[in-house]
Design a protein around this ligand. Structure first.
Ligand code: AMP
Ligand code: MG
Length: 322
């Protein structure tokens, strides 16, 4: 960043999250356009309101195929493909379980085991039927529900990046509450904090520097409740119907596209550190930072970003030595 350039920050609350836009140069009108764009996508994709295109699909479950717009179709297609990967922890049809657990919402408690077992058959991703020619989506079983909560922010972050690019913006950052997408390379790169799990909101383990990259973090500390001394968080294991249970407290993914980061945080949660690092060896375009309950920070590799550890209570290693 040169001496003459200043960062201007704009904020809003959308999709239930604080949204932050950073621009070099004061441009209130552009910030309003960005927030309007985010709201338009939220209106199409949300399942936290009675109406949206995704809710129309859910309301018609077991009855009929529903016409959707091209972006909604493409996003659902992408989410289904991630869900159909062998052993995938990602499942776009997880809706009935998410709604039943209500994690992070009023009235959350552990559902009876038989209820969870009864909901599992309603979460099969192969029962989300896409018709490319007709641009329709059909949920074949009554009470099935699509939930794009694990992918929508990544998709929208990429659309904001594209929009800013079309407006001629060379440097900018959008943070959709944990999903960061960046444009350009200010001097020293964009600095993004890695949050310390279960600590004050501003406590950081370290920071990453990136250029033209997305940084997505998914953490079990984001939304959870406690019952009988156990913690239940918001990332569910589609195989069991219960929160994913392993050593991880957060996973951060660095990639060019934020949608990939959003999908991969969930996939990696399901794999854990060892399998996750092994899977990423075939994907040089995607890197991850795992934070475990044993205060380890494990980098799968670090060619797309630079990492600085602040909190010396954590031990920093790379995937090859972990
Ligand atoms: P994220 O913050 O990207 O990790 O997404 C978490 C949200 O995705 C949750 O709040 C649910 O709405 C949804 N979700 C929970 N478990 C899964 C899963 N296994 N696959 C896909 N979406 C999920
Ligand atoms: Mg995600």
């Amino acid at each position: 960043m040169s001496q003459t350039e200043r960062v201007y920050s704009y904020s809003a609350v959308l999709m239930g999250s604080p949204i932050l836009l950073k621009l070099f140069g004061h441009n209130e009108a552009l910030a309003s356009d960005v927030f309007r764009l985010i709201k338009q996508y939220e209106d199409l994709l949300t399942v936290n309101r009675a109406q949206s295109q995704v809710m129309s699909i859910n309301h018609a479950a077991g009855r009929q195929a529903v016409d959707v717009s091209r972006p909604v179709f493409e996003l659902i297609k992408c989410a289904k493909a991630a869900s159909m990967l062998p052993g995938s922890a990602f499942n776009l049809a997880i809706g009935p379980l998410v709604k039943r657990w209500k994690i992070g919402f009023k009235g959350d408690s552990v559902p009876p085991a038989d209820e969870i077992a009864a909901l599992l058959p309603l979460t099969r991703p192969e029962n989300v039927v896409l018709d490319e020619a007709a641009l329709t989506v059909f949920l074949t079983q009554p009470n099935m529900e699509i939930d794009l909560g694990a992918i929508a922010k990544g998709y929208i972050a990429d659309r904001v990046r594209d929009f800013l690019q079309r407006q001629g913006v060379e440097q900018g950052l959008i943070n959709l509450g944990g999903n960061v997408q960046t444009l350009g390379s200010p001097e020293g790169g964009w600095s993004i904090g890695l949050k310390k799990p279960f600590a004050q909101a501003d406590a950081l383990i370290g920071s990453l520097e990136v250029e033209n990259k997305s940084v997505v973090t998914s953490g079990v500390y984001e939304r959870y409740f406690e019952q009988d001394g156990r913690r239940y968080h918001h990332i569910l294991d589609p195989r069991t119907g219960y929160p994913l249970d392993n050593e991880l407290e957060s996973v951060t993914v660095i990639s060019a596209q934020s949608i990939d980061g959003d999908i991969w945080t969930t996939l990696l949660y399901g794999m854990g550190v060892k399998k996750g690092c092994a899977a990423l060896r075939n994907r040089p375009d995607i890197e991850a930072i795992f934070v475990t309950g044993q205060r380890e920070v494990i980098l799968s590799s670090a060619t797309l970003f630079r990492f600085t550890l602040f909190d010396k209570a954590y031990r920093l290693t790379t995937g090859s030595t972990a």
